[in-house]
Unconditional design. Structure first.
Length: 188
């Protein structure tokens, strides 16, 4: 499911477009936002709403686990007291797994996602984890660029995991078939 970043209108995969522009032509909006640990039921309720808006469901399937995003520890980015982005993470013996990262489209490109990831990375180091993990679908080209720019490396492809989860092949960005989970890691 796709929404127009400007007006929020729902778009079918045929009409969703990926636009690529150089940094000189992106509009950077300086924002005075804060990043805080998720601490209230109201923030968790907002995260539930955002996960449904971004991905159509509250749970994420990642690294062979179905995880309720809003129950996890993480951070929220706030502007004038309103949540405009979040990151949720799960922890294993040696790794931190970024389960979900979401920033409202209007505020994307402002460094919020990068700052949320850096906070999660700091927590992973503090917890003595050896690596930071994240996965995305094979069609999510912006995520592929974003995570690699932050030092993540592709290390595994799980063929057909997403198609099997949905019981069919969906079509995503650029009408690409959504089939595979791409797994990235960053050594800490």
């Amino acid at each position: 499911m796709y929404k127009c970043a400007a007006c929020g209108q729902l778009l079918c995969p045929e009409h969703a477009q990926l636009r690529t522009v150089c940094l000189g032509h992106t509009k950077k909006i300086p924002l005075k936002y804060t990043v805080e640990r998720i601490s209230s039921d109201a923030e968790r309720t907002t995260i539930r709403k955002l996960t449904r808006r971004f991905w159509g469901e509250e749970n994420q399937l990642t690294f062979d686990r179905k995880i309720s995003v809003a129950r996890l520890p993480g951070y929220v980015a706030k502007l004038k007291g309103k949540v405009i982005g979040f990151v949720s993470a799960a922890y294993t013996d040696d790794a931190a797994i970024i389960v979900a990262l979401g920033v409202l489209p209007r505020y994307q490109g402002s460094g919020i996602g990068k700052r949320l990831i850096k906070k999660t990375e700091y927590d992973a180091v503090r917890r003595k984890k050896k690596k930071l993990l994240v996965s995305t679908s094979n069609d999510d080209l912006p995520a592929l660029v974003f995570y690699q720019a932050l030092g993540f490396q592709l290390y595994e492809v799980k063929p057909n995991v997403i198609a099997e989860k949905h019981g069919k092949i969906l079509h995503g960005i650029g009408n690409l078939p959504i089939r595979d989970e791409l797994r990235f890691q960053k050594r800490l």
